[in-house]
Design a protein around this ligand. Structure first.
Ligand code: PSV
Ligand code: MN
Ligand code: MN
Length: 390
């Protein structure tokens, strides 16, 4: 039997596109300290320019996701034209209802109708922005929840959330989608109002076909089988997007594939099996990361390369051999087929693939040797450097 070759998987690799988060280019840190780096962006335009540099060197990141209000500008058409001029699109709009004082006890799930009104209106404003930027997806992540048992009614909050989401969903344009992210903890610690994929799935299913779930790889309890969730959401037709990152402990937001490359491989294997990389796939791939101690542009370059590398390995799985081993209940044989693909070094073939497209064979090296980081540090003086949250 013929082994799957790199030529076989090239068309699927060709389709891979990963959105970069604008906030990854701002300074970030922990609650102890945010470290500044020379050359850090001072405006949404500079964040977009940094994202465009990642795309220029990798060919993998044709869109930049925005966070509203962190990326607010006066002229959205001009921002869109600016991004297009640099070879990238404006992508997912991430709403933010977790920074204003009114949101202390929640936003879309809040017990007070006036606070819910403010949060709904913020999302409606995001939809207007999306129309101007040409963005398809409104991504909602809620900091809503409680810290103590008894603090509020779990049931009433869930009902409030459903009603708020309905009002936002009703205003989606024909080509727009709503994507609901879940997270099992933080900033609330007793309960969050969208803690898991099941809750997100229940809420988006009640809304309709333009609503999907977002899976952030850092938002699960340690030991969770994330690829199972990927399989299930694809099976149900509700996996709308990924926020890729990696974690050792909590929502660490580290470089995707850095903590557990094998987990990334297993996730991408299920993505491919479920049609997530097909031409008409509803799955939007995105990074949601912060770079606390490493430079941000090469941090993002490394991240998209990691995703591409694990995608290539997952595509290389000899599926007929795997199916035969599974049918024969050849446990070790089936596992061996998977591990053979995981241990395949695809880096030389990917370097050739890049060169064939006029891209640098080694984007990390090309960036380091370009002097771009030093140029940014020299040019971007004065003004206020942005942090990941502003
Ligand atoms: C929350 O932890 C989250 O993952 C959401 O996606 C936010 O939008 C993002 O981080 C940035 O705060
Ligand atoms: Mn996220
Ligand atoms: Mn997160």
């Amino acid at each position: 039997m013929e082994m799957t070759s790199f030529a076989d998987i090239a068309p699927a690799l060709e389709r891979q596109a990963i959105e970069l988060p604008s906030w990854a280019f701002g300074n970030s840190g922990t609650r102890f300290k945010v470290f500044g780096t020379p050359g850090t962006p001072r405006s949404p335009e500079e964040k977009i320019a940094d994202a465009a540099k990642v795309h220029e060197l990798t060919g993998l990141a044709p869109a930049v996701a925005l966070h509203i209000p962190w990326d607010l500008v006066d002229d959205w058409a001009a921002l869109r034209a600016y991004a297009n001029g640099l070879g990238v699109e404006l992508g997912t709009v991430n709403s933010n209802t977790f920074q204003d004082d009114e949101y202390k006890f929640g936003s879309l799930a809040h017990s007070d109708a006036a606070v819910r009104r403010k949060a709904i209106d913020h999302h409606l404003r995001c939809l207007e922005i999306m129309t101007a930027t040409g963005s398809r997806d409104l991504k909602i992540w809620l900091a809503d929840g409680t810290n103590y048992p008894g603090q509020d009614s779990l049931r009433a909050r869930q009902d409030n959330l459903a009603t708020s989401l309905q009002e936002i969903y009703a205003q989606l344009g024909d080509d727009q989608r709503l994507v609901l992210e879940y997270k099992f903890f933080e900033p609330a610690f007793y309960h969050t109002d969208v803690p898991d994929w099941g809750t997100s799935f229940a809420q988006v299913s009640a809304l309709g076909p333009k609503a999907y779930t977002c899976l952030d790889t850092g938002h699960h309890a340690p030991g969770t089988n994330i690829e199972f969730i990927v399989m299930q959401l694809l099976r149900l037709g509700k996996l709308g997007s990924f926020d890729f990152n990696s974690r050792f402990y909590a929502d660490d937001d580290l470089i995707v594939g850095a903590a557990d490359p094998f987990q990334l491989f297993r996730i991408l294997f299920e993505v491919i099996n479920g049609g997530g990389l097909d031409v008409d796939s509803p799955v939007q791939f995105m990074l949601d990361q912060c770079h606390n101690v490493e430079d941000k542009i090469p941090g993002q370059i490394r991240s998209v390369l990691n995703v591409q590398e694990m995608t290539a390995r997952a595509l290389l799985v000899d599926r007929p051999a795997l199916a035969a081993a599974q049918a024969a209940h050849d446990v070790l044989g089936a596992n061996g087929v998977l591990m053979d693909a995981f241990y395949t070094d695809v880096r030389p073939a990917l370097a050739d693939w890049r060169e064939g497209r006029g891209l640098p064979a080694d984007p990390m090296k090309a960036y380091a040797e370009s002097g771009h980081q030093e140029k940014l540090a020299a040019e971007r003086v004065g003004g206020k450097q942005l942090s990941w949250s502003a």
